[in-house]
Write a protein that binds this ligand. Structure first.
Ligand code: AMP
Length: 280
């Protein structure tokens, strides 16, 4: 498995493969790979002839007081995992390679960028959209694989693909969880033992809402309240947001219907975690 460091190398790799008629899958990540990332790489390898995994801790999607500097970096282990799951190349550029002299050109998905995580993390989705656009322009993947875990990110990227007329299909893979329901995240390593025990609160809220909907509950007021009660029972977990929105627009809806996203974000200690469910 080759490790590519420059955009030009990624472009060359992609061009050479497309010339041979091979389909290309891209799995964008920030590294510290776990079983959630592994599931995306597996899905990519199952549906594309060539798979690139990008590993890049993207500074522009972190706020000034966030964890960019201490974000876990486990490059050697990431390469081993990616290779084992069927990746053909790793794209691991430097910050200067993707943002020459800091970069001055950014992608803003108006309206969606300020919703959910974008509301509590101003500039976050501008950073995400910008880096994914750079990857799409260089790699021109047929398909790019993202986790439902970051459901608002998927909405932002789908809108970007529509607006910029990228020829890449966005494929969304299910959330991979620990046995107690906690969604796998590279940030889970920040949790102390006590916090780790509190962290499944997010998924308990999600499951309670799912069971309400399973019993015919639909109204946003009732669903938001059902989730709120779960968090009220665990006061050490501080809610950032609880939202019922249309998955495409991220705008609040009054009742759950197919395509509605129920999403939560909460701080467990200093660590911000997210979880969600999508109704069908
Ligand atoms: P990250 O490295 O956190 O930027 O995540 C890279 C990709 O992996 C994103 O598309 C995430 O949504 C996805 N991902 C992260 N955690 C999970 C998980 N627990 N299950 C499925 N996909 C995930």
């Amino acid at each position: 498995m080759e490790i590519l460091r420059t955009v030009e190398e990624l472009r060359e790799w992609s061009r050479a493969n497309r010339k041979l008629g091979r389909s290309i899958g891209l799995v964008p990540t920030m590294g510290a790979l776990h079983a959630g990332h592994a599931s995306l790489i597996r899905a990519a390898a199952a549906s594309c002839e060539q798979v690139a995994v990008s590993i890049f801790v993207n500074p522009t999607q972190f706020g000034p007081n966030e964890d960019f500097a201490r974000y876990p970096r486990t490059f050697e282990a990431d390469c081993a995992l990616a290779q084992a799951e069927g990746a053909h190349v790793i794209f691991a550029p430097s910050v200067d390679e993707l943002y020459p002299d800091g970069g001055t050109t950014f992608v803003e998905v108006e309206g969606l960028s300020e919703r959910l995580d974008g509301k509590s993390r101003p500039g976050h989705f501008r950073g995400v959209a910008s880096v994914v656009a750079k990857l799409f322009i260089a790699a021109e993947p047929d398909r790019a694989f993202f986790g439902q875990k970051d459901a608002a990110q998927v909405a932002v990227l789908r809108r970007m693909v529509l607006d910029l007329r990228f020829g890449t299909e966005i494929v969304v893979c299910p959330i991979v969880r620990e046995v107690d329901g906690l969604a796998l995240s590279s940030r889970n390593v920040y949790l102390s033992a006590t916090e780790r025990a509190q962290a499944p609160t997010l998924n308990r809220a999600i499951r309670r809402v799912e069971s309400f909907v399973g019993q015919g509950g639909r109204s946003a007021i009732a669903l938001l309240e059902a989730a709120r009660e779960v968090f009220d029972a665990e006061p050490s977990v501080r809610v950032d947001y609880i939202e019922l929105v249309d998955w495409a627009t991220l705008q609040p809806v009054e009742s759950a219907s197919p395509g509605t996203l129920f999403a939560v974000a909460a701080y467990v200690g200093a660590t911000r975690l997210i979880d969600n469910t999508i109704f069908n």
